[in-house]
Each structure stands twice: as structure tokens, then as C-alpha cells.
Design a protein around this ligand. Sequence first.
Ligand code: NAD
Ligand code: DAU
Length: 361
Amino acid sequence: MQSVLVTGGAGFIGSNFVKYLLREESDVHVINLDALTYAGNLENLNDLPAPERHEFIKGNICDGPLVHRLLREYKIDTIVHFAAESHVDRSILGPSQFIQTNIVGTFTLLDEAKKFWVDEEAFSLADVRLHHISTDEVYGSLGPDDPPFSETTPYAPNSPYAASKASSDHLVRAYGHTYGMPISITNCSNNYGPLQYPEKLIPLMILNALTGKDLPIYGDGQQIRDWLLVEDHCEAILRVIKDGIPGETYNVGGGNQPTNIEIVELICSFLDELVPDSPHAPHISLIRHVADRPGHDRRYAIDNTKIRRELDWQPHDSLQSGLLKTVEWYLRNSNWVLMVLNNPTFKGWIDRNYSIGSLNE
Ligand code: NAD
Ligand code: DAU
């Protein structure tokens, strides 16, 4: 691994991964291809550990000629594919961009990589890898007593987002199976941590609570997710790229099962302690139940036995410690927070997704 194309490296997980990779691998050069949609932000790349080994390219993964050129110009031997439309609620309101980026974009990357690596034999196939970042949502929703998702759980995606990710997983697998492309896939649970765009539950709740806005809980708030600190996800991805078997899938998760309401209550209690003179304390009083997400998946849980056993990976942070670090990060990084909150695109999303009056401006 010398010349790594990271797609979506200006987004939440991608930017955390770029920093992790530059820190961990002293010989690697990173080419960061990102279209800078509403979710991508160059500010996320401000404090790179080795900026001289990073090059940012603004561009779209659906642009075949661009991907074709980048692969050859930078002699790319590894692709780590994060770029995607990633928010379930947006996929419900407007699925078409999800089809384009998540399916057509992944196909474009795969097909260009195949031309370069397989058809032109630019490298020995033992020296290349396309790693695809996927999600546990491809497996659908669990009942309260169902066993957690393993790598052999049948796919049953429920939202347009999950269906588009499932489709991209199938394409990645098919390129490995048919053309012998050295691919790998990680299906990970809900991430949280620094630099997450506040459309997602945890940063939205932290920032709304800090500014005295309502904390909108969809439905009864008893839905369950498995939460993983983003740094632990980054470590798992690098472990799979370096030591995982080509063609294999690895499930990655934090091994916890809180309800959404428990997560929000924990955030509120951290804020009560960290900002004791807040006029909005106790922050729990800001919780409001709002209309449920259509088709809302009830429960996700990950069985990460395979990656634990085969690659000796395990999360370092518990949900408690990771969440506390995350709340502290948002408190410390008010410049980043204000930049995102004051962007009209963000305000437009809040108005569009939440019913009038549920969030007091
Ligand atoms: P994000 O929305 O924060 O970032 C996505 C990035 O992709 C942005 O920088 C955006 O500009 C870029 N992008 C979007 N469309 C593009 C295109 N057509 N061409 C180039 N760049 C484009 O997403 P995230 O939360 O960091 O998720 C990253 C990946 O991890 C996604 O594939 C997602 O499905 C997967 N994933 C996310 C989670 C999670 O909890 N956030 C969990 C498991 C898997
Ligand atoms: O499971 C992995 C997936 O996790 C990733 O593939 C997705 O990219 C990522 O967005 C995330 O999907 P979720 O839909 O689980 O995450 P989100 O943060 O949007 O919501 C988490 C839970 O909180 C979910 O049950 C919906 C609920 N929720 C969310 C928001 C934004 C609320 O109750 N209120 C809210 O305002």
C-alpha cells in the first residue's frame, strides 16, 4: 500500500480515516477524491498529521474519465471507498441521488479499477485492494430476541439508502468473483465522533441541547442501534485492508444496544455536568417526541466475532467513554460547529425534515 485513493475523504468517517492512515502508515500517499457535497468539508482536513503526503481532488466518483486519469497519474494501488449519500432521512425525501452516487458511483470506481489493475495488469493483483465501506443497514431490522447480524445474514434493506448500499455491496462482490478483483467489504454499525455532520442523531442532539432547541425523538425512541466510535472503525478498516482476506466481508460494531432515548439522556447528563451554568439545564427537559421516520428500522446489532478472531480487532472505547469524548469535542470546536450551523444548507435541511414548530429557532 503506497498510493491510496480515498473517496469521500472530506466527509465524517473519510476525514477521520485520512488522518488515521497518515498517522499510522508513514510511507503512504493519500489522494482524496471528494465532490464536496453538503456533507463534505475542507475544514475537516485542517489538521492533517502529514499534509505533504495528502492531495485533495475535488471531483465526482461518477466521473469515469476523472477516475481513469487519477488511477494512472498517481499509480493507485489501493482504493478505500467511503463516498456516498449517507443519511437515511434524505434518502426517504429524495432517493435519486442515492442511486446515482451509491450505485453508479461505486460501479464507476470498480470498472475503472478493473481496467487499470486487471485488464492492463498495472500491478500484481497481490499488491492491490479495493476496500468498500458499507453498513449494517443492508441486513434490515431485528426483532428484540433475534441474534445479531453476522456476515451470513441475508440482505433485507429497508430504506432507499440501505437498498443503494446493498446494491453497491453486490457489485463489489461480483467484481471480485467474476474478474478476480481483490476486494474487501466492511459492514459497520452506527458511527459517532468528531466531525460528524449534525443531521445525524448524536451531533444533532448535542448541538440542539447546547443552543436550547428541542431534541426531536422519532416515534417512541425505543429503537436500538449498535454504536462505534469513529476511530475504532478506522482501525478496523486499516486492519482489513492490510490483513483481511481478499473477497471477504467483515462486520464491525461496538457491541452495545442502547435505545435512542437512552443515548439522548446520556448526552443530556454529560452536558449538565460539563456546562453546569447553562440556561438550558437540565437538558433532558428539551426532549420532544416527533413523528416517526417512515419504515423506521427497529433494531440493529452486530456480531463482530469474525473480525475479532481473524484480525484481532476490538473497540477501544466503550459507549460511555466515546460519547463523553465526543461531547467534549463539540464543546471545544465551536468554530467548526458555527461554520456548519450557520450554513444555509444546514438550516434548509432542518426546516425540511422537521415539522414546523417542533424545533424552536
Ligand atoms: P458523510 O455523508 O459524512 O460523507 C460522505 C462524503 O462523500 C462527503 O465528503 C461527500 O462530499 C462525499 N461524496 C458524496 N457524493 C460524492 C460523489 N458522488 N463523489 C465524490 N464524493 C462524494 O458520510 P459518512 O457518515 O462519513 O459515511 C461514509 C461511508 O461510510 C458511507 O459509504 C456510509 O454509507 C458508510 N457508513 C457510515 C456509517 C455512519 O454511521 N455514518 C456507518 C456505516 C457505514
Ligand atoms: O447503521 C449504520 C448507519 O447508521 C449508517 O449506514 C448511516 O450512514 C448512518 O446515517 C446511520 O443511520 P441511522 O439512520 O441509524 O442514523 P441516524 O443518526 O440518522 O439515526 C439514529 C437513530 O436515531 C435512528 O433510529 C433514528 C433516530 N433519530 C435520528 C434523528 C436524526 C431520531 O430519533 N431523531 C433524529 O432527529
